[in-house]
Design a protein around this ligand. Structure first.
Ligand code: SME
Length: 163
């Protein structure tokens, strides 16, 4: 298992993701515990990409509950359809929010978070969790994050096949 992430700090966003993905896959390879893997994935994204907050909200009956994350303390429960996370769950769609203050019903866990992207993680067509990534900068997420974080979600979905 890798002891430290190797990501060039000068590289472009796409290059950083390209460096990060194989390391992330190697990190979860051979480990069957889902929570351990989600924890390391959150760490890889937070420290590899320099995001403000990275974490998973896990579907538990009618709401989602905070799972493994990296960053400041966050809201623990999000009802179905509420906030960006609840909308991503309800619509089974990736939601990219350039300015959180302009998203109706946005749940502010931290006043420092300015933009975010939320991606649903599915198993057998059902949302099992969402990956939420927040930035302190407005408009920080683009189509590169959309496509590359989708690759991360695929890794998590493969973990769910065996869990
Ligand atoms: N902003 C999210 C809540 C989770 S925090 O950002 C960590 C939302 O509106 O669902």
């Amino acid at each position: 298992m890798a002891e430290q992430l190797i990501i060039s700090t000068t590289s472009h966003k796409q290059q950083r993701y390209d460096q990060l993905l194989p390391q992330l896959e190697a990190l979860v390879d051979g480990e069957s515990d889902l929570i351990a893997n989600l924890s390391n994935i959150a760490s890889v994204l937070k420290y590899g990409m320099g995001f403000f907050w990275v974490g998973f909200y896990l579907v538990k009956e009618e709401e989602m509950v905070l799972g493994p994350f990296q960053g400041p303390v966050a809201c623990t429960r999000i009802p179905f359809g509420k906030g960006v996370c609840g909308q991503a769950w309800k619509n089974k769609k990736i939601i990219l929010v350039p300015d959180v203050e302009k998203f109706p019903g946005h749940i502010a866990c931290s006043s420092e978070s300015k933009s975010e992207i939320v991606l649903p993680v599915l198993k057998d067509g059902e949302v099992k969790m969402v990956l939420d990534v927040d930035s302190q900068k407005l408009n920080n997420f683009d189509k590169t994050d959309h496509s590359q974080l989708s690759r991360v979600v695929k890794v998590v979905e493969n973990l769910l096949i065996v869990n």
